[in-house]
Design a protein around this ligand. Structure first.
Ligand SMILES: [Zn+2]
Length: 439
């Protein structure tokens, strides 16, 4: 028996589906985003205009209405178990909440093969739909068929329960195929001459198919942090003392390792990754600055690093690329110095932030963040606040607060580099950091 069939066509469809079909509608489905949808244009090309979901304990069928036919590729990945559907760049004119936390149990019995799905841009020119599996599955059908009515098409994804061994084998094969055609991402050309002004690489966390944390009223971490990153870059450029480069300036998915590569290739003097956190405990609030360390400073830092390091998997990547640990004394020395500089900057950032901002009670922590692992670029990760805390979320959603936050971070960066240039801080570190390792 089917767990439920519903069709989403814009907001009304979703509201109906949620209220009619589920006795207890998922909490997230109630926070609808009219403005977000109204503001989103159909990019030249493919658009998804509606989604129909049919699920049972052993099967799942998804139908996405399209404005035209397209080529799709679908495959399974394990740990976490997912089905990834690759599309050309696609505008999703459906609410992102539609795929979140679909109920998988009914009266305590497992009742669905698919627990949720996400969609969005994965790279320039490419989009993805990622289905989270509650059990091993195989792809019965993944096809975009033309329909009778002029030009329109339907993307049909049909999944069925599979034997665990067969699923694992298919996931292994798909992973091998995906790793072989690893994305050749455009990177900024290396500087021929050393830059006069130090370059700050500003990294807005998440993006595209990876939403990051999700607050009430469908606020997405990926949107909040991109806006703050842009404001920070604009403020630093206006200050005239720093150059900036954004790892992403659009709603696109970028693997963690690629963010690190962008910073290294561009010979960044500093890498600042911007995020917003999420906890079940809604009273926790305030900003936290993280640096990288082999061992987490505390359990909370370990949790945050694990959550942020899962970004690649949220984007449907087969495997995160690790920044290789080289057993080399020069490498080790450089990395140690880079980390020391990162920590000094973190302290300076906290000083500026606490002048006007709300800090977590333990505002400097460290753990094994993949995105902070450049051995030769001092790197920090700033969690602006908690999207799970009402007061923090109101700030994160306020343009005024975002600008103030960007200004504060910019000031701390300018001050930090002014002091370093004046030789007041860590001249020895500056001399050797970055020289030992070919970028
Ligand atoms: Zn994040």
């Amino acid at each position: 028996m089917g767990l439920g069939r519903f069709r989403i066509s814009g907001l009304i469809g979703l509201a109906l589906a949620a209220s009619v079909l589920f006795a207890r509608p998922p909490a997230q489905a109630t926070g609808l985003v009219g403005a977000r949808l109204a503001a989103r244009d159909i990019a030249a090309g493919v658009a998804v205009t509606a989604a129909t979901v049919e699920r049972s304990a052993t099967t799942a069928k998804f139908i996405f209405d399209l404005n035209r036919p397209l080529a799709v590729e679908a495959y399974v990945l394990a740990d976490p178990d997912r089905v990834v559907v690759e599309l050309p760049e696609t505008s999703f004119l459906i609410d992102p909440a539609v795929g979140r936390d679909l109920p998988t149990h009914r009266k305590g019995e497992p009742a669905a093969l698919v627990s949720g799905f996400r969609f969005g841009q994965f790279a320039r020119g490419r989009s993805r739909i990622v289905f989270d599996l509650a059990g091993p599955a195989r792809i019965v059908k993944a096809l975009a068929e033309s329909t009778e009515s002029g030009g329109a098409a339907r993307l049909v994804i049909e999944l069925a329960h599979a034997q665990p061994d067969a699923f694992r084998a298919a996931a292994r094969a798909a992973r091998a195929a995906q790793l072989q055609k690893a994305p050749a991402r455009e990177e900024p050309p290396a500087q021929a001459n050393p830059p006069v002004k130090p370059l700050v690489v500003i990294d807005a966390g998440h993006g595209g198919v990876d939403m990051g944390a999700v607050g009430a009223k469908s606020s997405y971490e990926k949107d909040v942090v991109l806006d703050v990153a842009r404001r920070l870059a604009a403020r630093l450029e206006a200050g005239g003392r720093m150059r900036t480069l954004l790892t992403r300036d659009a709603d696109e998915f970028i693997p963690l390792a690629d963010r690190v590569k962008i910073a290294r290739k561009a010979s960044a003097a500093l890498f600042v990754s911007i995020h917003a956190d999420m906890l079940n405990e809604t009273s926790v609030h305030g900003a936290t600055v993280y640096t990288v360390s082999d061992r987490a400073s505390d359990a909370e830092a370990a949790r945050v690093a694990a959550a942020e390091n899962a970004a690649d998997k949220a984007g449907g990547m087969a495997e995160s690329e690790e920044i290789g640990d080289v057993n080399d004394i020069l490498f080790d020395l450089t990395r140690r110095e880079t980390r020391a500089i990162g920590h000094q900057f973190a302290v300076s950032l906290i000083d500026f932030w606490k002048a006007a901002g709300d800090l977590n009670k333990n505002p400097i922590r460290s753990a094994g963040f993949v995105v902070l692992k450049a051995p030769d670029v001092p790197s920090v990760l700033l969690e602006l606040g908690y999207m799970s805390n009402e007061r923090d979320l109101a700030k994160l959603n306020s343009e005024e607060w975002r600008q103030t936050a960007a200004n504060r971070v910019a000031q701390s960066i300018e001050r930090y580099f002014a002091r370093r240039t004046a030789g007041a801080e860590a001249p020895a570190l500056e001399r050797s950091a970055g020289l030992a390792i070919a970028r």
